[in-house]
Design a binder for this molecule. Sequence first.
Ligand code: PGA
Length: 254
Amino acid sequence: MMRIPFIAGNWKMNTTAAEAEKLVHDMLDRLDRIEEVEKVLCPPFISLVTIRELLKGSSIKLGAQNMWFETKGAYTGEISPLMLRESCEFVILGHSERRRYFGETDEIINKKIKAALENKLKPILCVGERLEENEAGRTEEVIGRQLNQDLNQVKPTHNIVIAYEPIWAIGTGKAASGEQAAATIKFIRDILAELWNKGIAQDLRILYGGSVTSHNIAEFISQPEIDGALVGGSSLEAEEFLSIVNQTAEIKGD
Ligand code: PGA
């Protein structure tokens, strides 16, 4: 199976509803026309329904940035997979900002992954090491543990995307090198082969995320191991995001 390149924009806690609509308007037609890349926008919850309508009939898909693992009930302030399913195909889970600021453990992330899959949502599971862990040469240990716990008792599935996001590279302007990212992504693929099987590990898309811009996307995407990117800051500017997707289509299409 050929791995279709995948670029997702994680808008995080940015854009009012009006700004979100404008951002989509500014890139909709041009983004829609870029073939051979799976394109996903992950706006804040409050804009999902409006953007779903704007994207109708286009090739651009929608994702959420988080969810709780129960389908309904007394969980004030939370959003369930059942609610998201009406608008989204994807959901980002295990983002390091969720782990760090909102106390999400691998156990919680594991429950969320299972709940997403049960409710026909495709998780974009984020894993990555901290700077100290990276400097101490513990990257593989940390990522191995995260994957084992986050995917504990999850049946092998094609409906998941993994994002390798070294925490020290997120929002810092200090991206990993293409080679560094490719080596860790190869390691992630090996873990998936052990955990599930070789065939699925070869089929799944594994992305790099962390300070990706139109200036460095080529370095990542030209690595055969890297299937795309999870883009934060640079997904908030239409021209920048379009350039990232366009370069991905060109390089992977060669
Ligand atoms: P960044 O964020 O591109 O702003 O570094 C990436 C992410 O957190 O997914």
